[in-house]
Design a binder for this molecule. Structure first.
Ligand SMILES: [Zn+2]
Length: 328
């Protein structure tokens, strides 16, 4: 049923069981980093319910499947922040809710996918909460988010949660070799800097300057770990330009130090991948406990930047802490 989804087997297995047994929840929360396959899974889920093929659901080529792919199926609503807007407004949620009381147009189900659900304003979230509290039998909500902590606990508690883990590099390579024409070397490099997200790897392939930027950050952080204090400030300055870059870089760094941790623990890298030179350099520089403390610091930074903080100051604090950890 979810053959198109690479990885996330535990999740798709559960979802398939629910669909086959007709035991779906009224609301789901799909969390996990950007570009990892959450929305794709949500769409496959919708297709499995609405596909008009009698034998294989989803077939991928009936009108319903095609409409869902193109996000113009009448019973699959996809809402997100409008172009040029940073938040999902209460007016969008109200409009969506007013459509929900009408029975589905083509079948038994209506699926509402809220993309980047953390962008809903508190008012929008409260307005959605009412629909979740009194669900109509044919409506299924799927909230997609990379920051579940920004969703009201009252909403989260009404959703069945699935957390999407980063994919291992072999799986990402599989996707990229299948879907793109890039050569192996470029794909390997992009995967290494992708933080386990196929969407990010793809983005890096398309945007070589960001790929180079990440290699640059690694060099700078390596230098910082070796005691080059000035890097604290230059890195903080570059990284504080905007929140999105900060988040993406943080996810990448967390994944990076996680891989260093695998080496330090004596574990092979996922799929016995050969560690690249940069990774080995970090491995030689760090000790296990320190590496773990660095990862913890990066996670704290991740939590901090959810709020309206002075990014530059927070990055400085973060890097100073990392430098102190390394100094011991
Ligand atoms: Zn179909």
């Amino acid at each position: 049923m979810f053959e198109k989804i690479v990885g996330h087997e535990t999740i798709t297995h559960h979802l398939e069981k629910e669909i086959v047994g007709d035991e779906m929840s009224h609301a789901y929360l799909f969390s996990g980093m950007d570009g990892i396959g959450k929305k794709k899974t949500a769409k496959e889920f919708a297709k499995a319910l609405l596909c008009s093929d009698n034998e294989e659901k989803p077939c991928g080529h009936c009108p319903a499947c095609i409409q869902i792919d193109h996000e113009n199926h009448p019973d699959v609503k996809v809402i997100g922040a409008k172009t040029g807007e940073t938040s999902i407004k209460i007016s969008q949620v109200r409009e969506m809710i007013s459509d929900l009381s009408v029975k589905p147009y083509s079948g038994n189900w209506r699926i509402v996918i809220i993309d980047e659900a953390e962008r809903m304003t508190p008012e929008a979230q409260n307005s959605l909460l009412k629909s979740l509290e009194e669900p109509l039998s044919y409506n299924i909500f799927i909230l997609i988010t990379s920051h579940p902590q920004s969703i009201l606990p009252t909403i989260r508690s009404r959703c069945q949660s699935y957390h999407f883990q980063p994919l291992n590099s072999r799986k990402i390579k599989e996707i990229l070799h299948r879907d793109t024409e890039f050569d192996s070397q470029l794909i390997d490099n992009a995967v290494l800097s992708s933080g386990g997200s196929p969407g990010m790897a793809y983005y890096l392939l398309e945007n070589s300057e960001i790929r180079e930027e990440r290699v640059h950050y690694l060099r700078e952080i390596y230098s910082l770990l070796r005691g080059n204090e000035i890097k604290v400030f230059s890195l903080a300055e570059t990284l504080s330009k905007d929140k999105t870059t900060s988040q993406g870089t943080l996810e990448f760094l967390i994944h990076w130090f996680y891989q260093v941790g695998l080496l330090l623990d004596g574990h092979p890298l996922p799929d016995n991948a050969k560690p690249d030179q940069a990774l080995v350099a970090f491995y030689k520089l760090l000790e296990n406990e320190k590496n773990e403390a660095i990862i913890k610091t990066l996670f704290e930074m991740m939590a901090t930047i959810q709020y309206n903080v002075n990014l530059r100051l927070q990055w400085e604090k973060c890097f100073i802490k990392i430098m102190r950890i390394q100094k011991g």
